[in-house]
Design a binder for this molecule. Structure first.
Ligand code: PRX
Length: 681
């Protein structure tokens, strides 16, 4: 049998057998070393989650840990009141006000250092400024910023006045921004004149202007941050609507704003993410449950201590940055690195150089970045001697080979690696071995955290027996504090997307409700191996995209009659979308591929760019007219065609495959631009 194994299955087989123990030096100092914690949370569910809430400071203590009277609308730490900015900033002032909260490293070599005291001053001034512009409690403030210190400052200022923030990743286009502004009916926008990418100043404000123009919502006030001392020359302000942050902040210099005491279940923020329809979903997170969860997982999983220097390379515009650059690390009072730049500019050792100079002990990144470092070879990382205690991977399944490279070359074989599985919706880690209590199995996210009940079910909802090695749908069977509360303004869609499939939706007992993650998984020796999305969601370089969103973007091109997106495996980005499109009768083919790529950039953003566009005469469809993307996937990935018997015309995929074989291979230059275009999640 072994002779017939392909190298990849052999590799994963080996990884399943091989485990790595955490070094004794790690275990002896870890934040969580009590092996009974799993059993304690199981026995004492949900009350044990009070241990998470106890890590926070509360204005009023909660009466009840979990109100489960109306599933799936759970409420955590009911009756408790708190403010997130107080937890992240004010509470550290007395004992560690001079401790650095953020070391910000700009792309052109400029740096800014913010102590907790300085952060406190700026958050207060920002809060006063936002109030001054008319922002009231529960108004949603949209923040469209790249990695500048004003991004966490603006988030915390919103939290201080009880205004939920909706951060839209800076790489999103004007159109994407506009649909998020409308969905949240957000009347306030925070943006920036521009920012640097590989030494070039990019105009960012114009995306905000265009978004506002397209939006139905009346945006009343726009706060414009300036990247440098002086505003960019390209900057234009709309009188009465746009305000330079630095001008307004001058007026509020030294202001203090009394933090608004929020109920635990009041909204802290919205984060839009892709689902299976074209419309993005506004994942709504609570103040108490979310913050307690982000804080506790930062402490137990990331092993953050107040005196650590920690660097998560994610962008704050995604959930990883929210939970593990802003809320978790600040709540624990530690020092973090914020990095504006690209990981290969001006040199391929920039990341390791910054880490060494700042004394980083905890390092957090994604498999896409690890594959990129691996491609550059060990020299850049080995040139800068770093000594990491713990290293994190998140966002995609990691190949055992990439895991081993990270372990050997970045961690020198003596740093713990934690592979953390979670989602925008879960608020924080869900499946991950607690680092001092579990051995590491490369490529496996490990076991569910204490109190979490993760299971694998078949398509009918029957549980796949443990130890059977069979893959299925990953579901979560108990509520947990970090979970989303709902989709903003769309309770029915919330139930439909996450619960209906595997729950008894008429029941009032939480035990009858199971949260559908959308991921496939199987278990090996009790450890979960995540296989990736089972629905129409693609994970491109750790960024989540919906095939429907991409297809609707293609449809905006006038000549396109129909388009379908297939997911192609990619050595660098994990997956990339490929477009197959049919043109309208008589439409010109001239430059059509470029037009489609541009449409995707305009509707979503550059990071969603397809690797190729194929113009075809027909798409594989069933007799009822449904496009069979699975067959396109087979073609894109050079696999044998799956079952074609349900097709109206079984010759279609064969013809497409022949046509593609005749298409010219990509030029080397094209491929090179793509590699340097990677935006890290
Ligand atoms: O498919 C899983 C994958 O990323 C999805 C969630 O994407 P998003 O909401 O953007 O959050 C990313 C950061 C948490 C999941 O449904 N995913 C995330 N972490 C892992 C992963 N797949 C495998 N292993 C992981 N560690």
């Amino acid at each position: 049998m072994a002779d017939h194994q392909t190298p990849s299955t052999l590799e994963s087989r080996l990884s399943e057998e091989r485990v790595f123990e955490p070094p004794a030096s790690f275990v002896s100092q870890a934040n969580m070393t009590d092996a009974s914690v799993y059993e304690r949370f199981d026995r004492n569910y949900p009350a044990a989650f009070a241990e998470y809430a106890e890590l926070l400071v509360w204005d009023r203590e909660w009466d009840k840990v979990l109100d489960d009277s109306n599933p799936p609308f759970y409420r955590w730490f009911v009756g408790g009141r708190l403010n997130a900015s107080v937890n992240c900033v004010d509470r550290h002032l007395e004992s560690r006000g001079d401790r650095i909260a953020y070391h910000w490293v700009g792309e052109i070599g400029d740096e800014r250092t913010l102590t907790y005291r300085e952060l406190h001053r700026q958050v207060n001034e920002w809060a006063a400024m936002l109030r001054g512009l008319g922002v009231r409690e529960n108004d949603v403030v949209t923040i469209h910023l790249p990695m500048v210190p004003e991004l966490p400052i603006a988030m915390l200022a919103c939290a201080r006045i009880g205004a939920p923030h909706s951060v839209v990743f800076g790489g999103f286009s004007a159109h994407a921004l506009s649909s998020r502004i409308d969905d949240a009916k957000s009347r306030f926008l925070v943006t920036i004149d521009g920012y640097y990418r590989r030494g070039q100043m990019l105009d960012h404000k114009k995306k905000g202007d265009e978004a506002i123009e397209r939006a139905d919502t009346d945006v009343e006030a726009v706060v414009v941050v300036t990247r440098n001392e002086e505003p960019a020359e390209t900057l234009e302000l709309v009188p009465g609507r746009d305000w330079l942050a630095k001008d307004l902040l001058e007026k509020h210099a030294g202001a203090t704003v009394e933090p608004v005491s929020r109920e635990a279940s009041d909204i802290l923020f919205l984060m839009y993410t892709s689902g299976t329809t074209g419309q993005p979903k506004g994942v709504q997170h609570s103040t108490g449950g979310y913050l307690a969860y982000a804080t506790a997982t930062s402490k137990w999983v990331l092993d953050i201590k107040p005196d650590d220097v920690y660097w998560c390379m994610a962008d704050i515009g995604w959930i990883t940055g929210h939970s593990y650059i802003v809320y978790g690390p600040l709540s624990l009072g530690t020092t973090s690195i914020l990095f504006e730049g690209a990981p290969d500019w001006p040199s391929k050792d920039i990341v390791w150089k910054i880490a060494r100079e700042k004394g980083v002990k905890l390092f957090h990144t994604s498999p896409t970045a690890i594959r990129m470092f691996m491609k550059w070879g060990p020299e850049p990382v080995e040139k800068q001697a770093n000594d990491f205690r713990l290293m994190v991977t998140v966002g995609e399944p990691i190949q055992p080979r990439a895991w081993k490279w990270y372990y050997d070359h970045v961690g020198h074989g003596d740093a713990v690696i934690v592979d953390t599985w979670w989602q925008t919706e879960t608020g924080g880690h869900v499946i991950v071995g607690l680092p001092a209590l579990r051995n590491m199995r490369p490529g496996h996210a490990g076991r569910p955290l204490p109190g979490i009940d993760a299971r694998i079910v078949d398509d009918e909802g029957n549980e796949v027996p443990q130890g059977s090695n069979k893959a299925g749908n990953l579901v979560l069977c108990r509520p947990w504090p970090g979970m989303l509360q709902t989709l903003y303004g769309a309770d029915a869609r919330f139930i439909e997307e996450y619960w209906a499939r595997f729950s008894d939706t008429s029941s009032k007992d939480w035990k009858d409700w199971r949260y559908r993650t959308g991921d496939g998984a199987y278990q090996v020796h009790g450890d979960f191996r995540i296989m990736g999305r089972l629905d129409d969601v693609i994970n491109v370089a750790g960024h989540r995209l919906g095939t429907m969103e991409l297809e609707s973007a293609c449809q905006t091109v006038e000549e396109v009659a129909e388009a379908a997106v297939a997911v192609k495996r990619d050595e660098q980005k994990g997956h990339v979308p490929e477009v197959y499109a049919i043109l309208k009768e008589g439409a010109s083919r001239d430059g059509i591929e470029a037009k489609i790529v541009r449409a995707i950039e305009e509707e979503i953003g550059k990071f969603a760019r397809p690797s190729r566009v194929h113009i075809v005469d027909d798409l594989p469809k069933t007799r009822s007219g449904k496009i069979m993307r699975r067959l396109l996937q087979n073609i894109s990935n050079d696999e044998a065609l799956g079952d074609t018997t349900t097709l109206r015309d079984p010759t279609v995929p064969v013809t497409i495959r022949e046509q593609i074989a005749r298409e010219p291979a990509k030029t080397r230059e094209e491929v090179a631009t793509e590699a340097s275009d990677i935006e890290l999640p």
